[in-house]
Design a binder for this molecule. Structure first.
Ligand code: NAD
Length: 249
């Protein structure tokens, strides 16, 4: 699986899963645009990639801002001459609260970053890929995009929207040479899941069939496969990466 001559964009690439994906794409020869709201985290990922001999640039983006998202795609084209792979991965979680207690501001924020922003990213990417004659898109959904997780109603709803958008786009652009897939990780060891107590972590690990959470790289490996030519007949798929948790549902 090599990505020589490919340009890959990863949003939320300053974070756990996104940085692992960006580094993996770069290690396989892609020129990688690391896009994130957090400039310090994103620049650090670019430095790591460059230190390892890879090609990468940072673009500071707020994926909820349409103009900014369009500029991000233009940046890919201007810097590296195209955009072949897009990993739409930026996302946020919210505090655990019952449905009726979760405030509307939180609903709006989560839906804005996880769902509406994906509309903006997909549209901009699809416009470019249609003109270019093809591409591969991988969205980061979640196990919470397939089944509900208690106390996370806005997150669950937003990730179900990611799955819906993935399937809709997959159908509509298949004959344009654009494949659109999603990954649905279970619980992954990233900054998003870092603020657990040792006791909560132990309890969670105990529930996992593999006795542990996923590493970001274990998610990135599936992202890279879906983005690669090896996955040429994989379209509209939502790949569960949960160590078997959902097998017992
Ligand atoms: N960690 C998990 O257990 C888990 C499980 C399933 C799915 N996911 C999903 O994986 C994706 C990555 O999560 P992670 O665990 O690596 O979390 P993370 O918090 O480490 O990374 C998320 C990144 O997104 C960036 N971001 C947030 N809002 C943004 C915005 N408006 N514009 C641009 N960038 C923005 C953050 O700065 C951060 O670097 C998310 O979509 C998340 O919902 C995570």
């Amino acid at each position: 699986m090599m990505f020589s001559d490919k340009v890959a964009l990863v949003t939320g690439a300053g974070g756990g899963i996104g940085s692992a994906a960006a580094k993996l794409f770069a290690s396989k020869g892609a020129k990688v645009v690391v896009a994130d709201f957090n400039a310090e985290a994103g620049e650090a990922v670019v430095s790591e990639i460059r230190n390892d001999g890879g090609e990468s640039s940072f673009f500071r983006v707020d994926v909820t801002d349409e103009l900014n998202v369009n500029e991000m795609i233009s940046f890919c084209v201007e810097r590296y001459g195209g955009l072949h792979i897009a990993h739409n991965n930026a996302g946020i979680l919210h505090e655990a609260k019952r449905f009726h207690e979760l405030d509307l501001g939180t609903w709006d924020r989560v839906m804005n970053v996880n769902a509406r922003a994906l509309v903006l990213c997909l549209r901009a990417e699809l416009v470019h890929m249609l003109a270019a004659g093809g591409g591969a898109i991988v969205n980061t959904a979640s196990g919470a995009g397939i089944a509900a997780a208690p106390m996370l109603s806005a997150y669950v709803t937003s990730k179900h929207a990611v799955v819906g958008m993935t399937k809709s786009a997959a159908l509509e652009y298949a004959r344009d040479g654009i494949r659109v897939n999603a990954v649905a990780p279970g619980t992954v060891e990233t900054p998003m899941t870092a603020n657990m107590t040792a006791q909560q972590r132990d309890a969670l690990n105990e529930l996992m069939p593999l006795g542990r959470m996923a590493t970001p790289d274990e998610v990135a490996q599936v992202v890279a496969f879906l983005a690669s030519d090896e996955a040429s007949y994989v379209n509209g798929a939502v790949y569960t990466i949960d160590g078997g948790s959902s097998a017992s549902a």
